[in-house]
Design a protein around this ligand. Structure first.
Ligand SMILES: [Zn+2]
Length: 69
């Protein structure tokens, strides 16, 4: 299951910084993410947020490997 941006429909998302107002969303197992395309900030389910976080990490590791070669 892929998470899409509510505004532009892009799947290019990244985890957003946690703010105090996100506590209410955390109670419903939702974490903040931000769209890299339109900068829209919204909340997705914890599992989807973790998947986005993992995707970001994988890309970063790959970039480091390319840089080293
Ligand atoms: Zn968007």
């Amino acid at each position: 299951m892929t998470v899409h941006c509510n505004l532009c429909g892009s799947t290019n998302l990244r985890p957003s910084y946690f703010q105090m107002r996100d506590l209410a969303f955390l109670a419903t197992f939702r974490l903040p993410v931000r769209c890299r395309y339109c900068r829209m900030r919204f909340h997705v389910h914890l599992l989807n947020a973790l998947r986005i976080r993992r995707g970001c990490h994988a890309r970063r590791v790959k970039a480091m490997q390319v840089g080293r070669a």
